[in-house]
Design a protein around this ligand. Sequence first.
Ligand code: SF4
Ligand code: ZN
Length: 299
Amino acid sequence: MKCRICGKKPIIYMPQHRLALCREDFISWFERYTERTIKDFRMFTNEDRVLVTVSGGKDSLALWHVLRKLGYNADGFYLHLGIGEYSERSRRKVEEFAERLGAKVIVVDLMEELAGIPELKKATSREACSVCGLVKRYNFNRVAKEYGYNVVATGHNLDDEASSLLANVINWNVKYLGRKYPVLEEEEGFVRKVKPFCKFTEKETALYALLNGIEFVEEECPYSEDASSIFYKETLNRIEEKFPGTKLRFYLEYLRKVYPRFREVEERELQRCKVCGEPSPSEVCPVCRLKERVAERKA
Ligand code: SF4
Ligand code: ZN
């Protein structure tokens, strides 16, 4: 096999694109493809202020790297989740990387704002990832508005998107099918949310990060073992092995054929939380209710 561009020895073969590329050509292909995804989905332009939510992992740091390289106005946001040494190490990686990029990073400590994930898990008896998802979404949106960013970008890759699609199809979660899109437009109280890496596999983002010498946290969050998403990812990988190209096709065909049909199902009735003023499905938003519960426990 040869690199399709220059004929040198390839570093990767991507069956879904029938494309083999060498090191240099993979890097420039990856960057062009990111740019194309941003343009095709009208995610943002050079005029927008983009806040990249960085966890210290390969996807989010690689995303921040590419966006800066492409000339976008992109700063980082790290939410310290209070998950022991794992969160500490991640914060250090993010801060070191911000220095390398010469970019600004906003750090918010959940333990000061509310409580760390281990404590929230105990206070609610919910799964760690479910409570974590809730506080992340809330803080990404709140912090973006507070600091004047109009777009929040996350490093979700194809494996993330396709596996959560599979889980939701298996459970026929119709509401989800009308909401899962790489761009969620700005609406009352919410900034726009985008996923520029939605068409890259985990393997591709990891390779890009490695080739660019991006130092990311390799260990997984200790709660990720409970995450059912890992099971769905493994299942999809097994299907992909047998039928190469299925993962990307599954996701893109959903975007093209299924999403438009379910889109109208999604109608949210939101009011403002009477405590914090953020958009909320009830009088007091779920995060402010969490705060009350944590305070009760402490008392
Ligand atoms: Fe949060 Fe779960 Fe991800 Fe850990 S694995 S960072 S708890 S969502
Ligand atoms: Zn609130």
